[in-house]
Write a protein that binds this ligand. Structure first.
Ligand SMILES: Cc1cc2nc3c(=O)[nH]c(=O)nc-3n(C[C@H](O)[C@H](O)[C@H](O)COP(=O)(O)O)c2cc1C
Ligand SMILES: [Fe+2]
Ligand SMILES: [Fe+2]
Length: 390
């Protein structure tokens, strides 16, 4: 796509990746994604903020065909979906200086073999004058790696955020006008990339409250000319208590755990608790992650296989633990044939989360009436806890 002018002299360039279907070889991308770069022309200096995934270098370079002189290349994040085309840009513009954080400098050398002599580091709060325009660098570690920073253009009040506040959405629109679609794509993005760093994000949101922001320009997905839309969404995801929602990742080889899951889902619904079951054989991991953003309770439905939980549930528990959602409660249910350590192993996989565990329910073979009654009691206990989520 062609460069899009945001305000005179400031352009969103970069690539829309409509065909990409998987990010980090983990999260499905139903709507693709984008790698946004930004060209900022001042009266004296010209700057490029971030580049694009290496698969799209040619798109970026052709958009820059008319740019004769590039003074600075700002790298806000070392991950290759933004920095992968840094070598190509530095080759094209041998006089351009790369600007980044002190933490990012050695990482750029390690990951991309950039010549360190071309890199100048900036401290938090440092500014760069482009003549009539001023960029302020805001160190913001852990959105998404330890080296990340944001860049604030003072005169136009544009905040460039790289991964922070972005969305996995390829679109021909500069601003995302289909709000529900943008919200879902941004939440999918938040769930995988940002949720594990909630404590850091809380601090960044507080810091940003001091800035007047008219446009947020992330490096994935459309821009926001209504910054409150995405900032309020982040505040909700990060700060608000979890919702009356159970997330239930499970699998069932021969139907016994399935009977338990079906019964529990129904018993919870009867008690006013919303549940999202995820059969791990067909589930979109992104949807599971999105649901974890809001859920108060996770229940794992795990048949025993080779003494432990079925590997698909191990995957779900491992991922849940790594994403560090706001969960308050957890439980394990499932079926076994003779003996195993399913429940202990699932609980062990969740060691990073401070959750209250309900009594586990492992049933031998097909659940009978007694087992179904125990599931009713579990539903009752969950519903009771969910009444006081604040
Ligand atoms: C490949 C395989 C391995 C199993 N390994 C064990 C095991 O180590 N310990 C055990 O108690 N049951 C084991 N079982 C039995 C299942 O846990 C049991 O059939 C259970 O009821 C399956 O629940 P499901 O119908 O929800 O899949 C195994 C079953 C299969 C198919
Ligand atoms: Fe990243
Ligand atoms: Fe990214």
């Amino acid at each position: 796509m062609n460069a899009r002018e945001i305000v005179p002299g400031i352009y969103r360039i970069g690539a829309q990746d409509f065909d990409r279907r998987l990010f980090d070889e983990l999260i499905p991308l139903p709507d693709g994604t984008s790698y946004n770069a930004y060209l900022v022309k001042g009266s004296e200096k010209t700057v490029l903020i971030d580049t694009v995934d290496p698969t799209k270098s040619d798109v970026l370079l052709s958009q820059m065909n008319g740019v004769e002189r590039l003074d600075y290349l700002i790298v806000q994040h070392v991950e290759q979906d933004h920095s992968g085309s840094v070598p190509a840009v530095l080759d094209r513009y041998p006089n351009a200086t790369l600007i980044t954080t002190p933490k990012a400098k050695p990482m750029l050398v390690d990951h991309l073999h950039i010549n360190p002599e071309r890199i100048v580091t900036v401290e938090n709060g440092e500014t760069l004058s482009l003549g009539d325009r001023t960029l302020e660098f805001i160190h913001a570690p852990w959105v998404h790696w330890p080296e990340t920073m944001l860049t604030y253009l003072r005169e136009e009040k544009i905040l460039f955020t790289c991964d922070f506040l972005g969305s996995h959405l390829a679109t021909t629109e500069l601003y995302g006008r289909e709000k529900e679609r943008v919200y879902e794509a941004a939440k999918r993005y938040y769930a995988e990339i940002m949720m594990p760093f909630r404590a850091m994000i809380k601090g960044h949101l507080e810091k940003l409250a001091r800035y007047e922001i008219e446009i947020i320009a992330p490096s994935h997905g459309p821009l926001y000319d209504d910054p409150a839309f995405i900032l309020d969404a982040y505040r909700h995801w990060v700060l608000d208590p979890p919702e009356n929602l159970v997330v239930l990742p499970y699998v069932s080889m021969h139907g016994s755990t399935q009977v338990m899951v079906d019964h529990l889902v129904s018993a919870l619904a009867d008690r006013g608790v919303r549940t999202e079951p995820f059969n791990m054989t067909v589930t979109d991991i992104g949807k599971l992650a999105i649901t974890l953003v809001d859920a108060a309770t996770v229940v794992f439905g795990a048949p025993t296989m080779l003494v432990g939980p079925h590997p698909s549930v191990v995957y779900a528990a491992y991922l849940t633990n790594a994403l560090r959602p706001k969960l308050r409660h957890a439980a394990v249910i499932g079926s076994y044939g003779w003996a195993g350590k399913t429940m202990e192993q699932v609980m062990g996989l969740m060691s990073s989360l401070k959750v209250e565990w309900f009594n586990p329910l492992m049933v031998k073979g097909l659940p009978d009436e007694t087992a179904l009654e125990a599931l009713d009691r579990l539903a009752e206990a969950i519903a009771k806890r969910h009444q006081s989520l604040s």
